[in-house]
Design a protein around this ligand. Structure first.
Ligand SMILES: Cc1cc2nc3c(=O)[nH]c(=O)nc-3n(C[C@H](O)[C@H](O)[C@H](O)COP(=O)(O)O)c2cc1C
Length: 235
């Protein structure tokens, strides 16, 4: 089938202004819980989700990485780059992720803190997009998270110079083993070039697919005084 012919209708749900939380982080958490199946509003919706999940289980395609998000950054000239990272927390400060500060994204964020996120939850026919400024998390918080990671991942943070050209896989594995030996019987500390960022949202948009491409879109824009303006957008 040609790409141009790949299309489908979006008809699972709707998004109404009355159903929106006044705070976009609360709205985001609601959608996230629904995507993970932790919370589903309405009996019909719960039934649909259960049906959808059992179909996915039968086909062996259970959705994973529901906290995966596209992170877009740009250098100081505005040239963009994007990649997937995992959302590791969301609170009143914003959206938290962890990475190597020396990676391309880390370098771009150092010169230009403006960034954007995209979440796509195909199971719900939903998208959430976020834009705002990024800053580093307090080191103690990054360290607490680092300590919670499996030892192998902690060693990988030392072994991988994320984004640098690598001669071959053996070189990476050899480095990992070196660190494994170095920290044998000890806690693996957090590398100084590794840690968390929090993206403080200035704008969050919620998109729900609807039939005939007449989708529902609501944008929350941060106003002075920590309030949010909510506007419906044309799809
Ligand atoms: C599902 C998935 C989750 C990922 N999670 C992270 C993550 O949390 N942090 C991270 O640094 N890279 C993560 N990556 C790898 C990034 O996509 C990317 O390859 C890496 O961070 C280097 O990006 P950069 O060179 O643009 O900075 C993930 C990739 C995938 C596919």
């Amino acid at each position: 089938m040609s790409l141009a012919e790949l299309r489908r209708e979006y008809s699972l749900g709707e998004l109404r202004r009355e159903a929106l939380e006044p705070d976009p982080i609360a709205q985001f958490k609601k959608w996230f819980d629904q995507a993970t199946g932790a919370r589903a509003s309405g009996r019909v919706r719960q039934l649909l989700i259960r049906l959808y999940k059992s179909l996915l289980l039968i086909s062996g395609a259970e959705p994973m990485d529901l906290n995966a998000m596209i992170l877009a950054t740009a250098d100081k000239l505005g040239r963009p780059s994007a990649r997937v990272v995992l959302l590791k927390g969301v609170d009143e400060r914003g959206f938290i992720f962890y990475t190597n500060f020396q990676s391309r994204k880390g370098q771009e964020l150092a010169e230009n803190p403006h960034a954007a996120l995209v979440f796509y939850w195909a199971g719900q026919e939903r998208q959430a997009t976020v834009a705002g400024e990024v800053r580093k998390l307090p080191q103690a918080e990054s360290e607490a998270y680092f300590r919670s990671r499996p030892r192998g991942s902690r060693l990988a943070a030392w072994a991988s110079h994320q984004g640098e050209v690598l001669a071959d896989r053996a070189a990476l594995e050899a480095r990992w083993k070196e660190y494994d030996a170095r920290y044998s019987g000890q806690e693996v500390p957090m590398p100084p070039y590794w840690g968390g960022y929090v993206l403080a949202p200035a704008r969050i948009e919620f998109w729900q697919g609807r039939p005939n491409r007449l989708h529902d879109r609501f944008r929350y824009s941060r106003q002075p005084g920590e309030t949010w303006l909510i506007e419906r957008l044309d799809p």
